[in-house]
Write a protein that binds this ligand. Structure first.
Ligand code: ADP
Length: 723
């Protein structure tokens, strides 16, 4: 596996790690030397000491100080961290032995696992899992100490002691193992990001920690809570034992949790703001990047914080085009995108030093590179000052995904990335006044987001009274009630508010609650369309969109010619399905096939990977009775009848996301009565039909419906009827 070797050999002079045999001695390893230089190194005895005596430790330390990579390594050989046999309900069970480290993002979980597996000398093998070709076979999961588990990709070698996983995955494990018996400790990393998942997870961990330990045979679950920002009082109070998060903890319980601040290492960073607001962000970005590139000496890589995948991809293209026109005595550039949905192989590029001589690396990242991951070699940061923020408006039942100004705390973190290894420079593409006007910190996601998924997560894990569940910040009662009503409508909870079998199954699948509902409906004889639904879900879950937006009229004309065979008049869902089926049937050159149709190859590969995993899960859960035939299968177009069945099946999850054509030719949502327009990215853009169903409702410049299908108004009532 070439990419594993490439990654493994990059940041060490020791050459390639061995794949099998005993771990090599770390005595004279270059890794050990680097580890010893980390601010965290000198705290290792202290950390071991604290956790021998206490069960909760809160650690605050700058990004890059070594928290995520080092703390698990300090702990995994401790006595309390070994697997023990205990009696639970007169049955002998094993408890402990593994340390979980949770991450808000998949990139961080996989990157950290690879880094640490190299540091301990047992590389992760079987990295193929991220590609569409399938997970590496069981045999190739050599014995190793480090593994990772993220949505749609798992690589946990036998004998794993240190397991990096996303917060969502640990929540998923709680479904099967409410006491987290395989773990001796859970390290909650990046808690300052306050994702919905980390807030929920914190509640469950608090319950395990403070509840009776019978389910774990009396063995406590140790917790290490880590943050890159210092404002952790509320978090400390939450974990210190008192049930109400906003009540001050008693002194006794306060003392059971220890606090450690790591004195960091940060070189000075010279910050420059623009004198005036920039009219065109992309132009300002290009100018700044090439000014740095032409004026500043090598080595010194550039890290740019951009809004999202789309902006990153178009900037990459422009930078590469412009760089190609530069004289031969100017250093070359290597552009590396870095965002959440990127395949693991592509992500790793961003972390490798450039191999070619006389070349500068330019990493184009989302806010993922703010605190989650450390990109080595960076001396220059360019900060566009914005990030994509999902916000849910309970009253409107509408989600907005807008590029919003970041907070002061984020801007400071971003600038800090330039001073990790040496003095650096940060170029903000906004004025100093703009900076001064930014909010101090971001609102926790649970107060901004739709809580439908969060409420289902709680219900499926046995929390009957969701209002009493311990949370650091409580969403409004109104938004929780709305979520309960919606779950009831989806038949996920019954009249008394208890989780139903259907709800439990919905929570098992790593997709949103409405999509879970659709998948389960697909398995009933009435619809019987699991494979098709899996294809559609895969296509809409992979990246921003599998279709590249077509910028110019010219491009449109040329590409539409090829895309014609994919477009379906029933709408976007059928178009996604047709695209998946054509791609899966393509036998010769899938890359060329995508290029012609301006389809995002990365997202398409990811979609195929998701499809394979969902198929596996559906087989396991008996939603599918037999394994589907392997690709490529000949393409067979979906008949109009079948298309109708599929759309009706989606209505089982999306009755609330429908709109009717009003006499004035606008679409008005059946729920909430808002005017929506069909998004320009939809194949139905500009069409006027009796009624539509949409999967997403976003507010950008306008109130838009995305992923739209044509329906008939009377289908809605049918979908609401019990099966
Ligand atoms: P923290 O959790 O405090 O942010 P980490 O443990 O993630 O710190 O990183 C510590 C150091 O390890 C980084 O500063 C960097 O030098 C090195 N490091 C971490 N991950 C990688 C990687 N994937 N490639 C190269 N170096 C890395």
């Amino acid at each position: 596996n070439q990419s594993v070797q490439k990654i493994a050999s990059s940041s060490t002079r020791l050459g390639r790690p061995r794949r099998s045999g005993p771990p090599k001695s770390l005595g004279d390893s270059a890794y050990l030397k680097a580890r010893k230089e980390l601010p965290l190194w000198r705290y290792q005895d202290k950390i071991r000491d604290v956790l021998k005596k206490r069960d909760v430790l809160v650690v605050v330390g700058e990004t890059g100080s070594g928290k995520s990579t080092q703390i698990p390594q300090f702990l995994y050989q401790e006595d309390w961290c070994q697997r023990k046999k205990v009696k639970v309900n007169n049955e002998e069970v094993s408890v402990g032995g593994v340390i979980a480290i949770t991450q808000p993002r998949r990139v961080a979980a996989t990157t950290l696992a690879h880094r640490v597996s190299r540091e301990v000398g047992t590389p992760i093998i079987g990295q193929k899992g991220s590609g569409e070709s399938g997970n590496a076979s069981k045999e190739s999961y050599a014995k190793g100490l480090v593994g990772y588990s993220v949505r749609f990709d798992h690589n946990v070698p036998r004998g794993t002691k240190i397991k990096y996983l996303t917060e969502g995955m640990l929540l998923q494990e709680l479904l099967r193992d409410p006491n987290l018996r395989q773990y001796s400790a859970v390290i909650v990393d990046e808690i300052h990001e306050r994702s919905v998942d980390v807030d929920l997870l914190s509640g469950f961990l608090k319950q395990i920690h403070t509840g009776d330990k019978a389910g774990r045979g009396g063995i406590p679950l140790k917790l290490v809570i880590m943050s890159a920002t210092a404002n952790v009082e509320g978090i400390q109070r939450f974990f210190s034992g008192s049930d109400e998060s906003n009540q001050p903890a008693s002194d006794a319980s306060q003392s059971s949790i220890e606090f450690l601040r790591i004195e960091g290492r940060q070189f000075p960073v010279e910050i420059t703001h623009t004198p005036k607001a920039v009219p065109d962000l992309q132009e300002a970005l290009l100018k700044t990047i090439f000014k740095i590139h032409l004026q500043e000496p090598l080595p010194g890589d550039i890290l740019c914080f951009l809004i999202g995948q789309e902006e990153i991809e178009s900037a990459q293209k422009l930078i590469e085009e412009y760089a190609a026109t530069l004289a031969s005595n100017v250093p070359k550039v290597q552009v590396c995108p870095l965002y959440g949905q990127l395949s693991i192989e592509a992500q790793h590029q961003a972390f490798q030093p450039v191999k070619a001589k006389f070349t500068r690396k330019i990493v184009l990242a989302t806010n993922i590179a703010e605190t989650s991951v450390t990109v080595p070699g960076v001396k220059y940061v360019v900060d566009c000052g914005k990030a994509k923020v999902k916000q849910f408006r309970t009253r409107l039942g509408m989600e907005s995904l807008l590029a919003k100004a970041i907070s002061k705390s984020s801007a400071t973190q971003r600038a800090g990335r330039a001073g990790r290894e040496a003095p650096g420079k940060c170029f903000r593409l906004y004025t100093e006044d703009t900076f001064n006007g930014l909010a101090d910190a971001d609102l926790p996601e649970i107060l901004r987001n739709d809580v439908l998924g969060a409420v289902l997560t709680m219900k499926a894990r046995g929390i009957d009274d969701v209002l009493a569940f311990p949370l650091m910040d409580r969403p409004s009662i109104e938004s929780i009630e709305k979520a309960l009503i919606q779950l009831h409508l989806l038949n996920a909870i019954d009249d008394s508010g208890s989780i139903t079998d259907l709800g439990r199954k919905m929570a098992y699948f790593p997709v949103s609650a409405p999509l879970g509902r659709v998948l389960l409906a697909a398995a009933t004889p009435q619809y019987d369309c699991v494979l098709e639904v899996i294809d559609i879900i895969s296509a809409i879950t992979a990246g921003d969109d599998i279709f590249h937006q077509l910028q110019s009229e010219e491009a449109r004309e040329e590409v539409e010619e090829y895309r014609k065979e994919l477009y379906r008049r029933e709408g976007d869902l059928l178009t996604y399905l047709t695209t998946m089926q054509h791609y899966a049937a393509e036998n010769s050159d899938r890359i060329a096939w995508c290029k012609k149709r301006k389809i995002n190859i990365r997202n398409m590969k990811q979609a195929m990977n998701i499809r394979r995993q969902l198929r596996g899960m559906c087989l396991k859960e008996k939603l599918l009775s037999e394994a589907p035939p392997p690709d490529p299968q000949p393409f067979v177009p979906i008949s109009p009848d079948r298309a109708e069945t599929l759309i009706k099946c989606f209505l089982k999850g999306y009755t609330l996301k429908t709109a009717m054509l009003a006499p004035d030719s606008s679409y008005v949502t059946s729920h909430g009565k808002h005017v929506v327009a069909i998004h320009p990215s939809s194949v139905l853009h500009g069409q006027k039909r009796e009624a539509i169903m949409f999967l997403e409702h976003v507010f950008t410049q306008k109130n838009y419906a995305k992923k739209v299908s044509i329906i008939q108004a009377n289908w809605i009532a049918d979908a609401l009827d019990e099966e």
